[in-house]
Design a protein around this ligand. Structure first.
Ligand SMILES: *[C@@H]1O[C@H](CO)[C@@H](O)[C@H](O)[C@H]1NC(C)=O
Ligand SMILES: *[C@@H]1O[C@H](CO)[C@@H](O)[C@H](O)[C@H]1NC(C)=O
Length: 268
């Protein structure tokens, strides 16, 4: 239900992006970008809270004047979704919108999702997001038609590790120095005892759902994953392969030899 509402508001937000007119040309050159023409515009609000600015809604003598494309837009153009922050609501909204947009652009070309995220908390354990946000992303990863490949770089903690595991089987990767942490560092809840009890129940439920998603992606019993999640369990990339969370550690040499990392990814 929550996802449904989120999707509806996203669709409203992005209704413009779904008009039949091709909004993003197949190749974006510097010329397109700097000519202030009507051709290029970011499909979504790439900057949280900056929708108007990002859409470039100002006009000067009939020509749209907007900011030059930002990095997320250029990545999006190459079917790359980058999660480089904790899973706060604004990040979830953007990631889901990007997935829906890429689904609309092509239902067959793979999407590559790069993950460097401490999940729903900061690296220090301060809660900043809700697990339900991560569940919404996981749902949409399955809902869209194109296969979603996942790549961990830096850190994939807790809910972010869960998302990593939700990639297409055989196409879940980690860079050699990525750190994967099954559970989420979490500071203590504060407030009235009754509130804490309610919160604790919700945390426990969400943890169970996270573990169920990881378990089914890894082909492991839920009880095993629950047990591993109940303590701090770091996985080196090789260990994550053994665990079944990912399929392969990316060989940097192979990567360096490829002139086009994104298409190299889709060939893997
Ligand atoms: C991953 O994210 C952390 C925290 O935001 C940041 O310090 C680190 O530089 C990032 N690593 C990569 C490889 O992007
Ligand atoms: C990163 O991984 C490579 C390959 O496994 C290893 O040789 C290197 O020492 C690692 N670097 C760090 C900073 O851990």
């Amino acid at each position: 239900m929550k996802l449904h509402v989120a999707l509806l508001s996203l669709l409203a937000l992005s209704a413009d992006a779904f008009s039949p007119r091709p909004l993003v040309p197949k190749t974006v050159t510097n010329k397109d970008v700097s000519s202030k023409s009507d051709v290029w515009r970011p499909p979504m609000n790439m900057v949280a809270g900056g929708a108007e600015k990002a859409y470039g809604q100002e006009y000067y003598e009939g020509a749209r004047i907007g900011p030059p494309p930002d990095l997320p837009s250029l990545l999006l153009h190459n079917r790359i979704v980058y999660i480089g922050m904790p899973l706060v609501p604004a990040v979830t909204e953007l990631v889901i919108a990007e997935l829906l947009y890429l689904n609309y652009e092509s239902t067959s070309d793979p999407i590559t999702m790069y993950i460097n995220s401490s999940g729903t908390t900061t690296a220090g354990g301060q809660a900043v997001g809700f697990e339900t946000e991560a569940f919404a992303i996981a749902d949409v990863m399955k809902y869209v038609r194109p296969p979603v490949h996942t790549v961990a770089l830096g850190q994939a903690f807790g809910a972010a590790a869960m998302l990593l595991s939700q990639g297409k089987r055989g196409k879940r990767f980690a860079l050699p120095n990525a750190t994967i942490l099954l559970n989420q560092p979490r500071s203590q809840a504060q407030g009235q005892a009754s509130d804490i009890a309610i919160k604790a129940r919700e945390v426990a439920n969400n943890r169970r759902t996270t573990c169920e998603l990881i378990a089914s992606a890894c082909g492991k019993p839920v009880s095993t994953v629950m047990e591993d999640c109940s303590r701090v369990k770091y996985l080196q990339p090789e260990e994550a392969v053994e665990y079944g969370l990912i399929d392969e550690v990316i060989d940097n040499k192979k990567w360096a030899m490829s002139s086009k990392p994104p298409s190299f990814m889709s060939q893997l």
